[in-house]
Design a protein around this ligand. Structure first.
Ligand code: DX5
Ligand code: ZN
Length: 217
């Protein structure tokens, strides 16, 4: 299974986003957290900024939409050229229709689950998705501690995907570090988002390498 690292620019210097993307040119993706101050109690950036990030980023953009009404807003991110667009299951009205629309626009379709949202009601949707994001912290802020209580859900998600014979990526996001990445990988995750662990490191490329290595071991 591919092991992929997607550093979150939420932990980067917002006054120099192009420069900060340059620091992670060895990553597989750049994770961009879009928050609307309604779905989560924080506000980050929106479509006009993502449109420019797509143009200047050395790696494909992986958008994580922590917003209400993704049915209305998510396709715009695919149209802007985001390689991957992830909406929250708790916010989507018609997730199947939305995932199909995202794929039709050429993006990978992802769906995210808050820590308290079970995966079981969504197993039938897996064929419509390219990625399932299991949040390993409560969405809204960087720098929180990895929730070990989410490990069984990562495991059940991977099992359901394997049983269905599908090739759906399992992404984890929140508190991923050199210390926690192995537990998440062992449970079945293969795409690792890391904000503080990459941007807080002296050398981002070394931090990315280390996450990849430890996830593989
Ligand atoms: C939190 C965001 C994360 C965040 C992760 O809601 O979805 O992507 O940037 O930050 P760390 O890696 O610092 O926990
Ligand atoms: Zn995120």
């Amino acid at each position: 299974m591919d092991i992929l690292v997607s550093p979150s620019i939420l932990a980067s210097d917002f006054s120099d986003l192009a420069g900060e993307l340059g620091r992670i040119s060895t990553a597989d993706y750049a994770h961009v957290d879009v928050m609307d101050n309604h779905f989560v109690p924080n506000l980050t950036l929106g479509l006009p900024v993502v449109e420019r990030l797509v143009q200047v980023s050395p790696v494909p953009i992986d958008t994580h939409l922590m917003i209400e009404d993704p049915d209305r807003w998510a396709p715009g991110f695919a149209e802007a050229g985001a390689a991957s667009v992830t909406f929250h299951a708790e916010a989507a009205q018609a997730p199947v229709r939305l995932a199909r629309e995202l794929r039709g626009l050429g993006a990978r379709a992802g769906m995210a689950l808050r820590p308290a949202t079970p995966v079981e009601p969504f197993v039938d949707l897996l064929p419509e998705l390219d990625m399932l994001l299991v949040m390993t912290v409560e969405p809204g802020f960087g720098g929180q501690s990895f929730l070990d209580a989410t490990l069984p859900k990562i495991r059940r998600t991977r099992q359901a995907i394997t049983e269905a014979g599908l090739d759906v990526w399992v992404q984890v996001d929140g508190g991923i570090s050199a210390e926690t990445v192995e537990r998440a990988a062992e449970a079945g995750a293969n795409v690792f988002v890391a904000g503080s662990a990459v941007y807080g490191a002296e050398d981002a490329a070394t931090a990315i390498d280390e996450l990849r290595q430890r996830a593989r071991d």
